[in-house]
Ligand binder design. Sequence first.
Ligand code: BGC
Length: 748
Amino acid sequence: MSKIVKVLLLAFLAFSQMACSYINSTDNLDNQVDKLLAQMTLDEKIGQLVQKNGDHPNLDKMIEEGGIGSVLNQVNPDEVLRIQRLAVEESRLGIPLLIARDVIHGFRTILPIPLAQAASWNLTLVEEGARVAATEAASQGVRWSFAPMIDLTRDPRWGRIAEGFGEDPLLNGEFGAAVVRGFQGDSLSNPTSIAACPKHFAAYGWAEGGRDYNTANISESDLYDIVLPPFIKVFEAGAATTMTAFNEINGIPATGHAPLLRDLLRNKWNFQGVVVSDWESVTQMEVHGYTQNPKQSALKAMQATVDMEMASTAYETHLKELIADGKIEEKDIDDAVKRILRLKFELGLFDNPYAHTAEFPELLNPKHLNVAKTMAQESAVLLKNSNRVLPLSDDIKTLVVIGPLADAPHDQLGTWIFDGRKEDAITPLQSLKAMAKEKGIELKYHRALETSRSKNIIGKQAILNDVRRADLVLLFLGEESILSGESHSLANIDLQGAQMELVEMVATVGKPVVATILAGRPVTFERVEPMLDAVLYAWHPGTMAGPAIADLLFGVVSPSGKLPVTFPRHVGQIPIYYNHKRTGKPASNQTWERLDDIPVEAPQLSIGNTSHYLDYGFEPMYPFGYGLSYSSFQISEVKIEGSKLSVGDKLIVSALLTNTGDHEAAEVVQVYTHQLVGSRTRPVKELRAFQKVLLSPDDSAHIKFSINTNDLGFHNPAMEYVVEPGQYHIWVGNSSEHGIQLSFEIIN
Ligand code: BGC
């Protein structure tokens, strides 16, 4: 460093210390926050509670006046630097901005969508992916991501199913916590760390009919036993912030829901972090019909302890008046400001407000791309593999690849990819071509449909000619990225457009047909499933879809994903989920009265019936936890230590997993329990633990699970969390439907 630069730097540091008399690194955080708060005017305090989009017309002026605490959606590093300078160097107190962004599944290196990540059942890998995302985002000055989304849902019509971790509370909690760890690293103050924001608090995934933003009518027991437990996990993992939701919950909009936000989150769970509203969800309380005007909306949100208002203007316009009216106290605002300032201190923003982009690893570097590729491989689920048609055999000399999604660099990235670029994406077609060339395979490609939604098949004759000449057909089916995501719900989740006709047309030739499906949700395709020899469900796999899928199809790696969500056979079966109740008349294959078997004018009886659909029965297309491998596995020697346990004891379960096939592959061993009788009826199965284990052929591994019996409880009719004495079943297996069953008892 030249002398001149050094002198300038020292002078600047001296100046900034002078300006920021509240910074004293030997003080504890609370003192620093208090000292700063003591210097703030009421306007400056309210300013910290304001979050504006990067393109706000008055952005600069508001920042200079201390009127903004956080800016979202500005990720151009030069612009970020410029506005951060305005805040730090031009505003009276020099309080840095918190730059926020939806970094949902990667920043520039796009990872598979979160639903796919859950299908990997690999927590370490997902944590690594979140670290990659954090490092890339932080390099541009972003220090707060609005993720993970842990809105558990049982409805694949809901477009945002893509953005969460599926239907199970344990998976949502564990994967949410993995993302929190990955984002926040060892310390928030590390310049590569970003604050996590698990969202949306709460029950957003319970939207009636799967229509986005719709009302959540939810029982207290489902709220407390299914929807909220993942939030406990992410807060235990140290999540610094959370976001409210757009929906109402049983009549009260989530953003003004004092019982949930103030009483439960703050007072009972002691959450000290920042609560931000969703985009304009404060003022939307008026649209819900819950408040009369923005002033009342500001009051409701404040009373619910929402610290920061995203985008709308109720706080900046009305908080002062609300104090003057005696509706809120300045102390309420102080509390919110303190939480925000504390986070800024924790992130080290006062000491180090500017991102030094050049000092970070490059965007899209090979290490990051490799994590994205591994994740795309591990998240693909092999749903069907008749006659072991996959992996592609060495005898194949001619391949025909068909379908628009084989070569759709934008769509393979999935929803929520603000900073991803299709130019970075490698498509399956590109990778398959490269691999075919290496192996001397002749490869033909037909797009067949303009997009996944097109109703006309282009070039039918040419397609059929090439299929006739081919040894095998690789179909790429599914949905474009725009068909899932926020406000992109579907009432019909069948394969779109003429895709089913395409399958039927190709299948008439009689060549083996392998379908790779790229989608943001479970799609239904029962009609054509029998025509497909193999189905690889790849979700929206991200930047590295191509290399990942080519490796999977050619058997360089074996698929190892398992479904994090139940696949319906028909949209009308929704909600269909594995952890359902038994009912008083459970169905079985023997009791399913089939539509086609019902005689004309048959007498209708009320005796001997069971809970099913005449046309679609009671079973899903593919169950939760299901997924095949190129290898085969055996689970044996399943044991539990002690068959009578007291509450608080550890339930120790062990098993031997053996790779009995001829491929190196990973299997996910899953543990489920069922409490036979409860003071409230219990789900038929609940996932309690899982482990993913990679084994070479003929190798075995002893697997041990330690399950805390305290975690086996639920909220009883008095809404107390209880672990009840009684009989339990336990299964150790490789899906929610296949496992070895044992029993144990919880005693008083
Ligand atoms: C979404 C949030 C998101 C926010 C900011 C909203 O529409 O619901 O999840 O974080 O926009 O982009």
